[in-house]
Ligand binder design. Structure first.
Ligand code: PMP
Length: 410
């Protein structure tokens, strides 16, 4: 291999060094090898673990209906489409899936991308540009921030979930009279808190700003039709751009935008993350379609209810043990929302890694979120429930987590 400045620099990067140090001492929470399907209990490197580290909120990843949808698509269309949606990569299944999503969301239409990341990157960079302003929540997902940077628009941040700060940022003048787009997550993936979309939507309307909401973690769970937090908070109709990933609640792979004809046709010809990538594998599209049909059914309603009940069990159990758990989000009716994501605050990165490893050894798989995924000294273990976790599994996990945290504090 050639010796040159760039290749030498890569080995000295601080984050690379940390990865190597934790890998060598075998405490790394990352790249662990899964040996069975994503389910409440997963075989990981030779042992069974209670899985609290997946986004399989509805427990659909190994559902027979999804497997059948994926299998039928695989049988009919083979392994891959080997082309972009624009050219040979649009299957009749995509059309069916987009029609299903549009009907579900009550929008003019929908457009399906290969991943959620590409959906945000492609959409944001296609619809705004130089002279426009994007206003993003400081905790918005990386794909929103990356899409904003790529767009060439001026990016302004507001403090996480702070509606007054959002308003003061929107009050700043836009040189040259460009358009303003506000982009937020509906449910934040680290802390598990909800965006106050009702108040945000009003502020956007007052300042003539468009609103885009990423429902990656809320799709399938919240609102009467289970399209997400915008629906739960009664602002689905005033949300201009409704985005979600198909890889979490629906347990497939892909992402979509639901919205107006003008928006969708713009994306069809301008979204580079849509045009210049191969469309999703047929099995993912078939699986997603089956998932959405289940989510919209009576079974989906029960799964969503079960996920929320499990979230409450996990949260209440950890709070009763005196653990430092993320904040809950107030709902307009005065109740507290139950989020499928429960953040266990640890603070120090190394302490979080040590706790992660102890829990792993004791049969509980969690996700460690370290800086820069969270603010400095804000390390946390992200715990997520599935609708299919049993009460006994959650009780075991609560006991293991609280005992381990207590031991480490001694
Ligand atoms: N938005 C949010 C809020 C996410 O958490 C994620 C995935 N972590 C994405 C978008 C990207 O979705 P996908 O995994 O489908 O690429």
């Amino acid at each position: 291999m050639a010796v040159n400045q760039l290749m030498q620099r890569l080995g000295g990067d601080a984050r690379v060094e940390l990865l190597r140090a934790i890998r060598e001492s075998d405490v790394s929470p990352y790249f662990r090898v899964m040996e069975s399907a994503t389910a409440p209990v997963v075989r990981v490197e030779g042992a069974d673990k209670i899985m609290l580290g997946s986004n399989n909120y509805l427990g659909l990843a190994d559902h027979p209906g999804l497997k059948q949808g994926a299998q039928q698509a695989l049988d009919r269309f083979g392994c891959a489409v080997t082309g972009s949606r624009l050219l040979n990569g649009t299957l009749d299944l995509h059309i069916e899936l987009e029609a299903e999503i549009a009907d579900w969301h009550g929008t003019d239409g929908a457009i399906v991308f290969t991943t959620g990341y590409q959906t945000n990157l492609g959409t944001i960079s296609a619809i705004v540009g130089k002279g426009d302003v994007i206003v993003v929540d400081a905790a918005a997902h990386a794909s929103i921030r990356d899409g904003s940077a790529l767009s060439g628009a001026t990016v302004r941040k507001f403090r996480h979930n702070d509606v007054e700060h959002l308003e003061s940022v929107l009050a700043e003048p836009v040189e040259g009279g460009g358009a303003v787009l506000v982009v937020v997550d509906g449910l934040y993936s680290m802390e598990g808190d909800f965006a106050p979309l009702d108040a945000m939507s009003q502020v956007c309307e007052r300042y003539g700003a468009a609103l885009m909401v990423d429902e990656a973690h809320s799709l399938g769970l919240f609102g009467p039709k289970r399209t997400g937090v915008a629906e739960l908070l009664g602002v689905a109709g005033t949300t201009d751009i409704r985005m979600a990933s198909l890889s979490k609640g629906p347990s497939s792979t892909g992402g979509f935008i639901a919205g107006s004809h003008d928006l969708l046709d713009t994306l069809r010809v301008h979204a580079r993350g849509f045009l210049f990538t191969t469309s999703g594998v047929p099995a993912a599209i078939g699986g997603a379609l089956a998932a959405i049909r289940i989510i919209r059914s009576e079974e989906g309603e029960q799964l969503a209810r079960r996920a929320v009940a499990n979230a409450t069990t996990l949260r209440d159990g950890l709070v009763a043990s005196g653990l430092d758990i993320g904040v809950q989000s107030p709902m307009p009716d005065g109740t507290q929302a139950a989020s499928p994501i429960v953040a266990l605050h640890v603070g120090d990165d190394l302490k979080a890694i040590a706790l992660w490893r102890k829990l792993f050894d004791r049969g509980v798989f969690t996700s460690a979120a370290l800086h820069p995924a969270v603010p400095r000294s804000g390390a946390l273990l992200r715990l997520c429930v599935m609708a299919t976790h049993t009460d006994a599994q959650l009780r075991t996990a609560i006991d293991v987590i609280s005992q381990t945290v207590d031991e480490m504090a001694e």
